[in-house]
Structures are given as C-alpha cells and as structure tokens.
Design a protein. Structure first.
Length: 95
C-alpha cells in the first residue's frame, strides 16, 4: 500500500448517466488532491489526482488542508491509476 500526500483542493459528486444497455453509472463522490511528484532529474512537478471517496464525510473537514491517505495502484493502459481502499481514512499532515 502506498500513501498519497497533498492538499485537498476540491470534492464533488460525479454526474449520473445511463449506458445504451440501460446500466447506470456515475454518482460517485470524488476528491482532488494536489501533490508533488519528484522527477528523475531532481526537479519536481505538481500533479492533480482525482480519486473516488467512498465516504465523503471523512474528507469534507480537510478541504484546503494537507492530507495523507492510503492508496492502491493499478495499470490502466499505459498509465498508473490510483484508488482509495474501502475503509481508509485521511489524516492531516503536520510539519
């Protein structure tokens, strides 16, 4: 398990829809975390990562604050995608 640390920038509910087959999708709560990624050349870049939050109430109080949350990773095509395991809760980061 990895830990993602960054500033909780935004939270929202994704729009609901229906596929041509009649299956519903969407309606999930999402959070956006702005983190810093270190690059091989010693530089760093900021990256916005959007994650599905199973319990949005766990995150609402941390809006605008730096948090740390456990994440899992899977490969989606040629990119890595992150997810928050069910039952995981964020923690505030203190410096």
């Amino acid at each position: 398990m990895l830990t993602l640390t960054g500033q909780l920038i935004h939270s929202f509910k994704s729009p609901k829809g229906e596929t041509k087959d009649g299956r519903e999708y969407g309606g999930d709560y999402k959070i956006q975390v702005l983190g810093q990624l270190d690059l091989p050349n010693g530089e760093s870049k900021r990256d916005l990562i959007t994650l599905t939050a199973h319990e949005i109430a766990h995150y609402e109080q941390y809006q605008g604050k730096e948090i740390s949350v456990p994440v899992g990773v899977f490969v989606n095509g040629k990119s890595a995608s992150f997810f928050i395991p069910k039952g995981s809760k964020p923690k505030t980061v203190t410096h």
